[in-house]
Design a protein around this ligand. Structure first.
Ligand code: GLA
Length: 343
């Protein structure tokens, strides 16, 4: 029997730049992702990407010289799993992806999660889904120095067909919120490649943590707008985005549950305005795409993911979605291991 691991990308319906302050997010896994076909166990981890070519083999515990290029992610995953006690079993595998990279759909998280599942499988090592997601989140930091939150990895691991995941990133409590069938989720790529490495992402996180310290809060969900009145203008803007975004996540989930797509769409557009004006992570191309989607009759639209490029998510009815072009994605099941007969 042959084995392959597979992990999806995610689309975050709402709750952007809230995860690293213990806020609320609402991602859904999508049907596109990264697969690692496991050819067998081996003394090293030896991976070939159909897209990026072969990676220099590395030790099963992720030790040794730091890999370069895309291999930084799998190597960092191996190191994080070793720290959790995964036996040092290597593998030979082929990595294939149908997820566009740099579009804000979390291709790096999908790669991390797929590799993690494969490494766990060959070593008969098991982790709870959220433990695996947290290990992959730490791997992102180790690999490329991006201090990301848990959003992308949790979305990839926890996805469920037809539903979004309402996750409190402070407590890791979650519940599933059904996405109405008549809601089309359309991803429109701005064509400006987004890489969090080297973007303003780390700066935003530092600014937000500074603002949280000023108001003496551990988690953004503890705060209300009235708590922000004494802040300097920059800290006020950053934290106001997060506090209002947490509120929008709650209201968006309620709107989905009530089948009120108009209300949900308005919240998306409000989220975009807040990301643009208060959090300052938009670009002129993303703003323009949001306008185009709204003018074409979408219920609402906003930039998705870290910003500074990448994509816009529009919520529309099926007919409008067809007019918009772009990539229509569906809330889908999360990462898994597949076993199949080798032909
Ligand atoms: C990136 C990060 C996530 C999250 C989003 C913004 O996708 O990887 O952890 O912070 O940006 O919501």
């Amino acid at each position: 029997m042959a084995r392959a691991s597979w992990a999806p990308g995610r689309v975050n319906l709402i709750g952007e730049h809230t995860d690293y302050s213990g806020g609320l997010v609402l991602p859904a896994a999508i049907e596109l992702g990264v697969a690692v076909e496991i050819d067998g166990t081996a003394p090293t981890v030896s991976l070939v990407s159909l897209e990026f070519g072969p990676a220099e083999p590395f030790a099963p515990d992720g030790g040794g010289a730091q890999a370069t290029g895309w291999a930084r992610y799998p190597q960092a995953v191996a190191a994080e799993l070793a720290a959790l006690g995964r036996p040092a079993v290597g593998l030979e595998g082929t990595v294939a992806s149908d997820l566009p990279s740099g579009a804000g759909l979390s291709s790096s998280a999908a790669l991390e999660v797929a590799v993690a599942l494969g490494l766990c499988a060959v070593a008969d090592f098991e982790l709870e889904p959220l433990e695996l997601a947290l290990a992959c989140q730490r791997a992102e930091l180790r690999a490329v120095g991006v201090p990301c939150g848990i959003l992308d990895q949790a979305g990839s691991v926890l996805g469920r067909r037809g539903a979004a995941i309402l996750l409190d990133c402070g407590t890791l409590e979650l519940r599933f919120v059904p996405v109405p069938e008549e809601a089309a989720l359309v991803v429109l790529d701005s064509g400006v490649e987004r890489r969090l490495e080297g973007s303003g992402y780390a700066t935003r996180r530092a600014e937000l943590e500074h603002a949280l310290r000023l108001v003496g809060a551990e988690r953004s969900t503890e705060l209300e707008l009235a708590d922000l009145e004494q802040l300097d203008p920059l800290s006020l803007r950053r934290l106001r985005h997060v506090v209002t975004e947490n509120g929008r996540v709650r209201r968006f989930a309620a709107a989905l549950e009530a089948g009120d797509l108009r209300a949900a769409g308005r919240l998306l557009s409000e989220s975009h305005a807040s990301l643009r004006d208060d959090y300052e992570v938009s670009t002129p191309e993303l703003d323009e795409l949001v306008r185009v989607a709204e003018d074409a009759g979408a219920y609402g639209a906003r930039l998705v993911g870290g910003g500074f490029g990448g994509s816009v998510l529009a919520l529309a009815d099926v007919e409008t979605a067809g007019r918009l072009g772009g990539l229509v994605v569906h809330a889908s099941d999360g990462a898994r291991l597949k076993t199949y007969a080798k032909t």
